[in-house]
Design a protein around this ligand. Structure first.
Ligand SMILES: *[C@@H]1O[C@H](CO)[C@@H](O)[C@H](O)[C@H]1NC(C)=O
Ligand SMILES: *[C@@H]1O[C@H](CO)[C@@H](O)[C@H](O)[C@H]1NC(C)=O
Length: 468
């Protein structure tokens, strides 16, 4: 695999926060306490509901009023009861579980959880999902619960298995450091044979790592690649492969210094980002099992999706009471991608806006001829900071969400611009993205699968890469 693919990993994908171009209004004296924010959010969501009931502005895609999914599985019946001080006290003795950690930026962590849940399906275990870590956004921002971005009951129903969140299992406030043995995939597939993938271990677990066998590697031993294979990892969730491999190198836990074999009740792996069934970087492939069996069913939590819709409507100046019009979403990642330009001038390396506009016209044309819809609205999402570039975007007649003007971070927190960008991208009638960006790839798959929308990926990296 080429470097570019590998560098797409650790992908912060920070949306445009134009601190250079516009100074945010001073907020001196206004300090929201968590209580005020909760009250404000409650008020907003009540208003939102009232608004929907009164006006019912139907969108061309049915995202505003998704059907309600009543918990097909009551997560409580897969645990002993409410969250406990030690996670183990809450596990049922007739149920097997699986978990893993994340640390790679939000989009990649979403893919990691997709992989974890797919591995749960093929091992017939119940996945326990931890909150998203804010390491790439702002480490001071608290972790964000999976179920507040994704619709867990709907996912659970679609995939036919219960799904637990860590905070349902172990009390988030618990001070107990739990001992556990886990498998380290990273140590056996990572090309430089480093330590287990360093984890930000806020779950209060003290982990003793056992190396996975070398045969978990997806590609031939002499090929430089970090991927492990789904089914080889799955075998470790069954008695034979597990017992055959207990003798592999083990590291005692860093705090209690205990050596533990990999847990079988709660099967755990250090990092499940680099996993494939047949080849590396599979989330980009049409057959990707993690996408087909899990990822496509990870629909948005309705509250946050409504908030994204509100933002998109304001960006497009949609009058109150009118339905949200179809739009084409665009994601252009620049930021750290410039490191891959290898000294080439950026205007030679990145696709220019006129080139991107060509791809947008193709998507418009396809929407017109194949679906009979005329889509004039274009919403840009990008981490580009240059105000001139944004004025060119404006000159094309396109728009974007101004998170500073919306005061999104102040009101909702630093996670939200990232979430809202992803949701807005995913609800485009068509989509244009950037090659090598996992955020673009996920948006592309969502638009294709959820809305049957046309998509394009813009090439870049050398002069004229996408001129066609
Ligand atoms: C499993 O748990 C149930 C209830 O918590 C208990 O009654 C039973 O004895 C346990 N079984 C085993 C094999 O430990
Ligand atoms: C969506 O998130 C909200 C919190 O923002 C939460 O109260 C609600 O239960 C979530 N919805 C579902 C279906 O899980």
């Amino acid at each position: 695999m080429d470097r570019q693919d590998h560098d797409a990993y650790d992908d912060p994908e920070a949306p445009f926060i134009p601190t250079l171009a516009t100074k945010p209004r001073p907020t001196k004296g206004i300090k929201f306490s968590p209580k005020t924010i909760c009250a404000a959010l409650a008020a907003i969501s009540l208003l939102g509901i009232g608004f929907l009931l009164l006006h019912q502005p139907s969108s061309y895609i049915e995202t505003q009023n998704p059907p309600s999914y009543f918990a097909a599985f009551n997560s409580q019946s897969y645990l002993q009861g409410p969250p406990t001080q030690r996670f183990r006290d809450n596990l049922r003795n007739d149920t097997k579980y699986i978990t893993s950690w994340t640390s790679a930026g939000w989009t990649n962590d979403v893919m990691t959880y997709g992989n974890l849940i797919y591995l749960a399906l093929i091992t017939e275990r119940i996945p326990i999902i931890a909150k998203f870590l804010s390491s790439h956004i702002d480490p001071s921002e608290p972790p964000f619960p999976f179920g507040e971005v994704f619709d867990v009951p709907r996912l659970s129903q679609a995939i036919g298995t219960p799904l637990l969140e860590w905070q349902e299992v172990k009390d988030s406030e618990s001070q107990v450091l739990d001992d556990i043995g886990c498998w380290s995939v990273w140590e056996s597939v990572e090309r430089y044979k480093e330590d287990p993938r360093p984890l930000i271990n806020y779950l209060n677990t003290d982990i003793s790592w056992t190396r996975t066998p070398d045969w978990v590697k997806l590609t031939p031993p002499d090929e430089i690649d970090d991927h492990a294979s789904f089914w080889s990892l799955a075998t470790l969730g069954f008695p034979k492969a597990r017992s055959d491999n207990l003798g592999l190198p083990n590291r005692p836990s860093p705090q209690h210094h205990v050596s533990l074999p990999p847990d079988d009740h709660l099967l755990c792996f250090d990092l499940l980002y680099f996993i494939g069934a047949q080849r590396p970087w599979e989330w980009e492939s049409d057959y990707s099992p993690a996408w087909r069996f899990v990822g496509q069913h990870m629909r948005w939590n309705a509250s946050i999706e409504r908030l994204a819709d509100t933002h998109a409507r304001r960006a497009m100046n949609v009058p109150v009471g009118e339905p949200t019009p179809p739009y084409i979403s665009v994601h252009i990642r620049h930021g750290d991608f410039r490191d891959q330009c290898h000294g080439l001038a950026l205007d030679q390396c990145f696709a220019s806006l006129p080139i991107i506009a060509r791809r947008v016209s193709e998507v418009q044309e396809e929407l017109r001829t194949q679906k009979g819809i005329e889509v004039t609205h274009v919403i840009m999402t990008s981490d580009e900071l240059d105000p001139e570039w944004w004025s060119e975007v404006r000159a094309l007649g396109w728009t974007w969400v101004d998170y500073v003007k919306e005061r999104t971070e102040e009101i909702y927190g630093k996670w939200y611009p990232v979430f809202l960008d992803a949701i807005i991208q995913s609800n485009g009638a068509g989509f244009v993205g950037t090659r090598g960006s996992t955020m673009s790839n996920l948006a592309l798959r969502r638009v294709q699968t959820w809305h049957d929308g046309p998509t394009r990926i813009v090439q870049w990296g050398w002069p004229g890469a996408d001129n066609h």
